[in-house]
Each structure stands twice: as C-alpha cells, then as structure tokens.
Design a protein around this ligand. Sequence first.
Ligand code: SAH
Ligand code: SF4
Length: 364
Amino acid sequence: MSSHALNLHDFTRAELAALMSAWDLSPVHAARLWNYLYYEREDNIAAMIDLPVRLRTRLEAETTLGRLPVARETHSSDGFTRKYLLALADGHRIETVLMRYTGRTTACVSSQVGCAMGCVFCATGQMGYTRHLTTGEIVAQAVHVDRVLRATAAETPALAEAGHGSPHHRHERLRNIVLMGMGEPLHNYDAVMKAIDILRDSSGMALGAKKICISTVGVVPGIIRLADENRPMHLAVSLHGATQAERLALVPAARAWPLDMLMDACRYYTTKLGRRIFFEWTLIEGKNDGPDQAHAVGALLRGMPAQVNLIPLNPTAGYAGAPSENAAAKKFQAILADYGLPCTVRQRRGIDIGAGCGQLAVAE
Ligand code: SAH
Ligand code: SF4
C-alpha cells in the first residue's frame, strides 16, 4: 500500500460521497462504505462484500482503513482502565485510554504526538512537540476503543445482553470521548473538529455532542472560535493557578494567553453559548492546594456558570511535586462551595499503568 494512500477515516460522509462520485460510483456505495467503516467497524476491505469488486479493488489500491495497530496494551489493576499504545503510519506512537467506571465507557483520545505547551507537571508536555494528529488518526482512536468494547462484550455474554440493537451489534458501545490524551486539542483545531464531526455523524458512531469534552490549556483564539462556531461539545479549561504569576509558573502557555485574556474568552464563551465551562485544577501539595488559592479561584469564577474539577497530581518523571492530601482536596472543595461553585475531586484511576491525567507519554 502506498504511503500516500487516502485515509478513509479522514473523510466526512459528504466527502466520501464526493469521492465515490469522482470515481463514477453511485452514492449508494458511499453509504454502504460508510456503514462498513462506522457501523460494522470492518477492518478488511476484502470483507466488504456489499461493495462492487471494482470499488473494493480501487479502495485496496488507493486507500487505507487507517486502523492503528496496537504496539502495547496495559490493563490497570483497578479493573476499569486500559491503555493502548498505538502505532501511526510514520512510526510515531500515541496513547489512548479506555475507561469503564461509573457505568460509562469513555475513550481518552490524543490530539497530537507530544505537546508544545510545556506544562511542567505533564508527561506529554515534558516530551515536547512532534506533530499534530490528522483527523483520521483521531477518529481511528475512537474506532479502536469501540472495537475493543465489542470484542470484550463477545467474551462476556452478560455485557452483550446489556447491549442494544440487532444480535450482531449487541455490544457495549463507546458513548463518551474526552480530548484529554496527549496534546492540546485547540492547537490542532481543524483536525480535531473534523474528527468530532465524523464521530457525531448520526448514521455512524453517532456520539452525542454532550458526551464529548474538549480540554484546553487555555488557547484563547480556540475558545473564541468554539463560541463563534457555536460548537455544542463540553469545554474544560485547565486553570491550575488563580493569578497570572502562579499560573505562569505551571503553565508556560499563560505567557501567550494571560489569565485576564483567558477569563475574558471564557466569559465570552459562557455568555454567547449560555453554557457552563468546566475548570480543571491539578492539586499539587503545598503549591496550589491551600485555602488562599481556593478563595482566589472562588473570587475569579464567582458568578460564572462554572464547575471545578480537582485532579490530585499524578506522578511524572520530570516533576517532583506531590499530590495533595485528601483533606486538603476536601477543604478546597468546601471553600469553592461557599462561592456557589460546584466542584468534584477526580477519582485517581489507571495510575499504576501511567494512564492517569497528564501521565501519557511515549519515548521517541
Ligand atoms: N492539553 C489539554 C488536555 C490534556 S491534559 C489540557 O491541558 O487541558 C488533561 C488534564 O490533565 C489537564 O487538565 C491537565 O492539566 C491535567 N494534567 C496534566 N498533567 C497532570 C498530572 N501530572 N497530574 C494530574 N493532572 C494532570
Ligand atoms: Fe499539553 Fe495539556 Fe500536558 Fe499542558 S497539560 S503539556 S497543554 S497536554
């Protein structure tokens, strides 16, 4: 297969129809092909027997299904988390995480190889930036996780019974996606939004917009664009510091997009869309987990439709800080409650396999 082959996961349904039309084929075949890609999750063109032979031959010659081979798979002892090291066609690798707790199935998807933002406590930031992922590479991660869920259901009849649809498709489906893997999604805006459009397509994976969360370090132009384009997904903004100086010490991107500018963009977003923003706060013992900081966050976000997610620091090779004690997290949460801010403390999962927030990294 040529390395210049078209990746079928790069195409929206309309684009696939246009390709078929350019190849002088009926739109019926575009619909069937789409069905194979996103309903059957077929991973072999030869097995797409509802397509004319002529089309299958051409697809085999000129396209790739974009499947990402698993270089390594690790399962957490918590029983709920699996991490996949996936190989890209150019030899780079990325990580994707499957989480199955609280009755939900969620894929934590990467948007870049590495990350340019350099947050000091993040393993992805510590590895530096290599490149953006393509739309097809982002879509393929979700398709991979969905295939895993289908295979798992086949092994476990009880799960299959709980599934929906025809007997053939009776399996646990992927329902939620968080763009919280490797990379900064709003730094790779176009590819990420197109991938989400493909995954939301109602005759394909049909993921709900409200089941998708984009997490950003605070790329201001991206936040404004999300608002202007009226994108219906959830938005999470990684805050970590409630003053410019404290935030800058942890998040170098705050130099380009200072706190004032970020908060203006967030208010623009919540006002324009009438929706809340989730603010993420990595709790580092003795650094940003004290009552003073909690009061500063409360004052900063007061009156905004906002919810705060506290994430006790996960260990990474390049940062010496420690996670906050549970008591400090609870106190932080209680102070925010006094400001009328709902606040959750994220459960620590998958830490033993390096699948927790900010732990994803790949040795290049
Ligand atoms: N680039 C995006 C999304 C990926 S990181 C962003 O920064 O928002 C997802 C979340 O994990 C972010 O809130 C990030 O700040 C947090 N995080 C990074 N490193 C972490 C660590 N070592 N422990 C806990 N959370 C971390
Ligand atoms: Fe990049 Fe997010 Fe990690 Fe910061 S926390 S380095 S933005 S992936």
